[in-house]
Write a protein that binds this ligand. Sequence first.
Ligand SMILES: Nc1ncnc2c1ncn2[C@@H]1O[C@H](COP(=O)(O)OP(=O)(O)OP(=O)(O)O)[C@@H](O)[C@H]1O
Ligand SMILES: [Mg+2]
Length: 241
Amino acid sequence: MAPDKDSDRLAFLGQLAAGLAHEIRTPLSTLQANLQLLQEDFAEPRDERERRALQRLTLLLRETARLEEILNDFLRFAAGHKLDRRPTDLNRLVADVLDFVGPEAAQKKVRVLRSLGELPRVALDANLFRQALLNLVMNAIQAMPDGGELILKTAKWRDYAQLDVIDTGIGMNAETSLRCFDVYFSTKKTGTGLGLPTARRIVHEHEGTLTVTSEPGKGTCFTVRLPLEKGAAPPADAIAL
Ligand SMILES: Nc1ncnc2c1ncn2[C@@H]1O[C@H](COP(=O)(O)OP(=O)(O)OP(=O)(O)O)[C@@H](O)[C@H]1O
Ligand SMILES: [Mg+2]
């Protein structure tokens, strides 16, 4: 797609914002380091006043940690990625991610099922793509607070490798399905709302698509399609959702 004025401006704003985030990080770490020193000074409070000071310091440190997390999430999202694409066994990558989240899933009473079809290798930056997949899988687990099923399916679809991340969780209403890829959109108490936009960005950088279908109370399916031949045109539904 040829860059138009709006996309130029957005890219420029993105760069400015990323620069600002970087700038904030330095004084923030000074703040954090000094708060930590103060916390050590008050580690053994001698009276009520010092005990209160320690409490406040602990709170401040928690807030600075939260700020740092917000900045890191943002920078991870804003950074344009230089891809290191290599022929990758997508099924193997899926199995790795499922092994990684296995304990978390078991703890949440989520049954993990996989249906991995035969696939040629896909040109992937495995580390980046793993991050995208992990975001999808974590969302799926978080959508099933009372347990359920997490299903990962791979199959060849035309000239694409298709990966479905399916859950039997709370699902999304029409508005949430439409907005879920928006930056900072979140319905969760402690959600940042960068998981899905980051995942979609990574998939797009691989010339693929990430779409969703969902039904409230039934569950959700996120579908990733990745071109099997590098440089292939995106599938027709590239602009869907
Ligand atoms: N599998 C899912 N089932 C139901 N709702 C989902 C699912 N995945 C995403 N959502 C909805 O989309 C929103 C955005 O998801 P996204 O991953 O971008 O942010 P988040 O999970 O809220 O926060 P975080 O930045 O920690 O990932 C979620 O808050 C939730 O409302
Ligand atoms: Mg998320």
